[in-house]
Design a protein around this ligand. Structure first.
Ligand code: NDP
Length: 361
């Protein structure tokens, strides 16, 4: 667990106070240390099932004992004026319930990706936020990361001409585990597995690089028998998308093959290669149009703090959120379409907001 050696510096008076809900790997090792780099966000409280973590993390971050909550005490955050927002960093299958409870407590919600495991849950989260008149943002960090922002701009400017083919892959090989040991292999907490967890980066890239929604999807899933890692989830998910412009995308994601995280966009004039595409750091991007040019638009590690400040600005100034609940819902609908296509063994047609049309005759 990565802990700071001194409590964080004081922030401006209108800084947004976050309750971090779930002290797991991503919260502790990536996001909590980044609050130090923000302008307008600070950790006001922590919520955990582990009394030991509450004490150790609370002491390291200078969070007073009365701002350290167990899950059983969660409803009490309503009365805690130090907390403006809940940052939900729990296993995905828990996002909806804990986000809705945060809204019921009158707090804004920043929710980790993917938003939830069903479009129905996403819709409930959006409705709860509206009822409470509070903000909802999905933590899609690539929308705040210089390489991905530059790639979006280049594609809008048609730097590779008209986009024809997009290929994305997000894969790694998971060590021995089982649904009881690791929530990422547990269907109730992780859905189908690699697509929701890692492949969602490729899904997002295909959307923001083309600037289009697919009009149809056909997909295949694979689950080996006799492997406890895949007792409940898929090992690989592959899908092929067709866009209204005529562009085609191929998305692959796997928990059982050597590491990959890339996005390639091939247009009529050239190619954009992002590899790695959406890491925490170390992004590489090459534009091949005529010659080959390596692009270096900025430090990827700013994505975490910028994401937090963007949400804080929305809370304080009412500015528009770039990655709202509606975007999370759209993506979960596409995930549902991918699984529906694989299950039915046929192409699924979609409406412009990602809903499945009735099956073709
Ligand atoms: P971890 O397993 O490391 O942490 C999850 C934490 O949730 C646990 O440590 C625990 O915290 C809490 N928890 C509560 N109930 C359960 C339960 N039944 N099973 C397991 N954990 C439980 O997961 P990650 O931190 O990797 O992922 C958390 C979320 O963050 C997920 O939604 C994931 O998709 C997202 N994520 C996003 C990334 C990004 O780049 N944006 C990268 C990695 C993850 P405690 O002990 O404090 O109760």
């Amino acid at each position: 667990m990565k802990l700071p050696s001194s409590p964080p510096r004081r922030k401006r008076p209108d800084s947004v106070g976050f309750a971090i809900v779930g002290l797991g790997g991503y919260a502790l090792n990536q996001m909590m240390p980044r609050f130090e780099q923000t302008e307008r966000a600070h950790i006001a409280a922590i919520v955990s099932g582990s009394a030991d973590k509450l004490r150790r993390v609370g002491e390291a971050y200078g969070i007073p004992p009365d701002a350290r909550y167990s899950y059983a005490d969660y409803a009490r955050i309503a009365a805690d004026k130090r907390i403006d927002a809940a940052y939900i960093v729990l296993p995905t299958g828990m996002h909806a319930a804990w986000a809705i409870r945060a809204f019921a407590a009158g707090k804004h919600v920043l929710c980790e990706k993917p938003m939830a495991l069903s479009s129905a849950d996403c819709e409930r989260m959006i409705a709860a936020g509206r009822r409470a008149n509070r903000k909802l943002m999905i933590a899609y960090r690539s929308h705040f990361e210089p390489y991905n922002l530059e790639a979006m701009k280049l594609m809008r400017q048609k730097a590779v001409g008209d986009i024809r083919l997009v290929r994305t892959e997000q894969s790694y090989r998971m060590g021995p585990t089982s649904p009881g040991e690791n929530w990422r292999t547990n269907r109730a907490l992780a859905g189908g597995g690699p697509l929701e967890d890692f492949g969602i980066y490729g899904l997002q890239s295909a959307l923001y690089l083309t600037g289009e929604m697919p009009e149809s999807i056909s997909a295949t899933t694979f689950r080996p028998t006799d492997d406890p890692r895949f007792a409940e989830i898929f090992a690989h998910v592959s899908s092929q998308w067709r866009f209204p412009s005529g562009a085609v995308a191929q998305l692959v994601t796997s928990y059982d093959s050597a590491g990959a995280n890339f996005a390639h966009v091939r247009g009529t004039k050239g190619v954009l290669i992002m590899d790695p595409a959406t890491s925490y750091a170390g992004q590489k991007m090459t534009l091949e149009v005529g010659g080959s040019r390596e692009l270096n638009p900025g430090d990827p590690s700013v994505q975490f703090a910028r994401q937090l400040d963007h949400f804080a600005d929305a809370v304080r100034d009412g500015t528009a959120i770039k990655t709202p609940g509606e975007m999370g819902l759209r993506d979960v609908r596409l995930i549902e379409a991918i699984y529906a296509s694989a299950k039915a063994g046929r192409t699924v047609d979609l409406t412009p907001d990602g809903r499945m049309r009735s099956p073709r005759r």
